[in-house]
Design a protein around this ligand. Sequence first.
Ligand code: GLN
Length: 260
Amino acid sequence: MSEELVGEDQMGADLVDAEPDAGCELVIVSLYPRDMNIYGDRGNVLALARRARAHGFAPRVVEVNPGDPWPERVDIVLGGGGQDSGQGRVAADLQGRGTEIRALAEDGTPMLVICGLYQLFGHRFITYTGEELTGIGVLDVETRGGDTRMIGNVVAQSADFGEVIGYENHSGDTVLGPGSAPLARIVQGAGNNPRDGVEGARTGNVIGSYLHGSLLPKNPAISDFLIGEAARRRYGSFEPGAVADATAERARSAAKRRPR
Ligand code: GLN
């Protein structure tokens, strides 16, 4: 795949349908794009589909909004953030899909959920006004809405993905239980809460993170993890394509230079 096809500046193209005979199909579920898509989180879907193509796969994005059918075949699940009100609109629908999503997670399906859906993939989110939204418990985390808003650029160090770079904006304060490991250690910013010095959570192949920006265009190591795990699960192996990361590198260093 030629390198000019993988830059973020190429991401405006319609990536929803797989090109005919473009390689092995990967079905990417975009969860609640109508209600949970804030600070450019849709960029994760575009970047992941673009990257999957660069590795020789044929991505097919299936958008699942409340009430929509769940696709028979799922290779990767992506979900974004949203206001508390958006979380309220999707919480009951998500509960209805909890058994299915937990089974996929236990089977090794890679997933990335950001901010609002990160919170709802945990056990529960208690909003600032005291309303309790029950989560689906894929991640061993619990969140409470607080007085402090955590806003700004974040740099965090991950053993698996190197330096993770993004932008946070949340008042939810998230605490991890023993069933989830932090995604990364905070270098700059808050992450899960102002106390623990960690950002995000991971259980198996499911990653939760507070980072928007969008996250994946600036963190191709996470895209490659999601694609690699999906490919291994579906096709038994993953042979990465030669993908140029020059544009991502420029975005990473520009984001890192921004003040908090
Ligand atoms: N409503 C949540 C919070 O503020 C999620 C925000 C978001 O998704 N950006 O914690």
